[in-house]
Write a protein of this length. Structure first.
Length: 142
């Protein structure tokens, strides 16, 4: 099993929490963590030119996601979201994510996110394009 420690993630994105992320219990609402997952994964794809929101012929649809909460995050903390790839299949990829309070070595939350690549028009499974596959491989941490 791969460690959940900060050093076991290949890429990081800092995400500021917002006032509206907190709920009535005084911490970031659980649903917001999934928004951080989406921001991390899709931002990584867009930044590398692997996803054009309006025109990519093959797109990744989320078919599975989970989140484990280890400690609360609270506004105005900054979240340092770590990303790695656990598995690349023919048409799917499993991302693993760690959400860290700024500077922490242990995650506040961990989870995964599975994209199945599909043809945009037909929504039928499609092989992960080679350009994407090569970039995904850079996120594999052993």
């Amino acid at each position: 099993m791969v460690s959940e420690a900060r050093a076991s993630y290949a890429h990081f994105l800092t995400i500021p929490t917002r006032w509206s992320d907190n709920d009535v219990y005084g911490h970031v609402n659980n649903a917001t963590y999934y928004s951080y997952f989406d921001t991390l994964v899709n931002g990584w794809l867009i930044d590398r030119g692997l996803l054009e929101l309006a025109t990519s012929e093959v797109i990744g649809l989320v078919v599975e996601t989970t989140c484990r909460f280890h400690r609360s995050l609270v506004f105005p903390e900054r979240v340092e979201a770590g990303l790695r790839v656990a598995k690349i299949g023919n048409s799917s990829v499993r991302y693993e994510i760690g959400l860290f309070a700024a500077g922490d070595q242990s995650p506040a939350a961990t989870g995964h996110f599975v994209h199945v690549y599909v043809d945009r028009a037909s929504r039928r499974p499609a092989a992960i394009p080679q350009k994407i596959r090569v970039e995904l491989a850079t996120l594999i941490v052993k």
